[in-house]
Design a protein around this ligand. Structure first.
Ligand code: NAG
Ligand code: NAG
Length: 255
């Protein structure tokens, strides 16, 4: 699928995907090869990834020729020769050229992303936490995700995953920002994609209850006391009235 759109000229983003499912009962291990060219950006490249039940196990850094385990612990139990990914990429590049010809460079449907921002752990002021920007259901796999803190771009500590393929052939991706929740700070995850008319900003700020000030405490205390006193007076008045009515009835009774 090649794509074309007015504002940004011609894009040819070609995907050649190949999934090999090695199925064990209940679990799915998937090898996903991706190769694409974005002509408007003069960018060409691929991605080689293994997933298990939808979670990334590892991908190969094709520039550095290194296997990147999603959790470093995985690398202690097994290994993967990064060079193997190169042969796959060469094959996928050929597939891409072939598909471009066959599809007559026709345009693929651009799907804009859905963006959600949330924290890894429940927010406590002063407790280190991680903000997660989850970008979902977009196509093609050309996207910019950036973090803004109080309106200023931040790059320190930011970690971004590779593109994960969804079952409907669109993509999802995560970006992580370590942070310390502080009152008054606010964050935005900024996403740029060809499916969006302009950069999308997803706002986030810590939702923490305001501290109860001393004067508020005093006020609540005084109000409570006042309500209590009024209650005691009203109760006493009612009891006296009831006693009077009773004695009145009793007095009249025998007559
Ligand atoms: C491919 O595109 C050319 C030029 O737009 C058109 O003339 C031709 O019919 C197309 N072929 C197919 C198979 O769609
Ligand atoms: C991502 O940012 C680069 C550099 O600012 C820009 O050239 C490119 O058009 C952006 N990509 C998208 C999808 O907006």
């Amino acid at each position: 699928p090649a794509a074309m759109a007015g504002g940004w000229g011609v894009l040819l983003a070609l995907l050649a995907l190949q999934g090999t499912g090695a199925v064990k009962v209940g679990n799915v291990m998937l090898q996903v090869d991706l190769y694409q060219r974005a002509e408007s950006l003069q960018q060409e490249g691929g991605q080689y990834l293994f997933s298990f039940d939808g979670d990334e196990m590892f991908h190969v850094d094709l520039q550095k020729m290194e296997t990147r385990w999603r959790l470093p612990e995985f690398g202690q139990f097994t290994s993967f020769k990064a060079q193997a990914a190169m042969q796959h990429m060469a094959a996928e590049k050929q597939h891409m050229e072939l598909l471009m010809l066959r599809s007559n460079r026709s345009q693929g449907t651009i799907e804009p992303p859905e963006v959600t921002v949330f924290s890894e752990d429940p927010v406590e002021l002063g407790d280190p936490n991680v903000l997660i920007c989850y970008v979902d259901k977009f196509w093609p796999s050309v996207i910019n995700i950036t973090w803004l803190k109080n309106g200023q771009e931040v790059v320190d500590g930011v970690f971004e995953t590779v593109y994960y393929l969804r079952e409907d052939d669109t993509f999802r991706k995560f970006s992580y920002l370590p942070f310390v929740p502080t009152r008054g700070d606010y964050y935005d995850c900024r996403v740029e994609h060809w499916g969006l008319p302009k950069a999308l900003l997803k706002h986030w700020e810590p939702q923490v209850p305001l501290p109860v000030s001393e004067s508020t405490e005093t006020l609540v205390c005084a109000l409570g006391l006042a309500v209590g006193i009024v209650g005691i007076i009203a109760g006493t008045v009612l009891i006296i009235k009831a006693m009077k009515m009773n004695s009145g009835r009793n007095a009249r009774g025998p007559l």
